[in-house]
Design a protein around this ligand. Structure first.
Ligand code: G4P
Length: 210
């Protein structure tokens, strides 16, 4: 599968189905770095520098997975989710809404909100989205870069439920299966597709769910 590493050309459907299976895993093995505390550093392609050709391939895959589900809105949370959600929005021709973590002057009082605990940072954030941008007629695909304890996804699901929007599914680039957030979301009856699920990792090896 080396031929995907450099250019990630747009592929016909039948080929994209094959290549998508291991795309993210290969990228993690090539460029990811396991840091102490169970953190995977992917700053070279996802979290700080963005490999845009790779991002487009990721978005094509997520769009393929959820095409035909009637999704009319992509929802994510600032900040790292925005790039991948925007790429997915382009592929699915759907607007992208991102929940804010801090109330700013351009978010007025009429918001849905939820408290999200960050396992990684050990902080609580109130996330919010304006009632103008999430409504009862929306069929939402929730997208994020990382799925760890799942608190961000659960907060976003809560915002959808407050709005009466239907959650068609969740899709994350990388799921840390050993933190079980994905299991929790699936147990809620929500379809959750991650492009790579890591069941174990240490500084010498990364084991993916097959
Ligand atoms: P959860 O949402 O699944 O519960 O996860 P958690 O609270 O632990 O994640 C908090 C933040 O850390 C999130 O970003 C998440 O994307 C990120 N994160 C979690 N595990 C990893 C990891 O192994 N590697 C990297 N690079 N990031 C990880 P955030 O705080 O919301 O910040 P932002 O980057 O989106 O602004």
């Amino acid at each position: 599968m080396v031929y995907y590493r450099q250019t990630y050309p747009r592929l016909p459907f039948c080929f994209s189905e094959v290549f998508s299976l291991r795309l993210m895993e290969e990228k993690i093995l090539a460029e990811g770095e396991v840091l102490p505390g169970g953190i995977l550093k992917v700053g070279s392609f996802l979290n700080q520098q963005i490999d845009v050709a790779f991002l487009r391939a990721v978005a094509e895959e997520i769009a393929r997975l959820f095409g035909g589900c009637g999704v009319n809105k992509i929802l994510t949370i600032e900040s790292s989710g925005i790039a991948i959600a925007t790429a997915v929005g382009l592929e699915m021709n759907a607007p992208v809404v991102f929940a804010k973590k801090h109330k700013t002057s351009n978010v007025d009082g009429d918001v849905y909100s939820a408290t999200v605990h960050s396992f990684t940072h050990n902080t609580d954030n109130t996330i919010m989205v304006s009632k103008d941008y999430l409504t009862g007629s929306d069929r939402v695909l929730i997208v994020d870069d990382f799925l760890a304890a799942g608190n961000a996804l659960k907060g976003l699901i809560s915002l959808c439920r407050q709005a009466g929007a239907k959650v068609e599914g969740c899709s994350c680039a990388i799921e840390k299966g050993f933190q079980h957030g994905g299991d929790d979301v699936r147990a809620m009856g929500i379809r959750c597709e991650s492009l790579a699920v890591i069941d174990e990792m240490n500084d010498t090896s990364i084991k993916f769910r097959s």
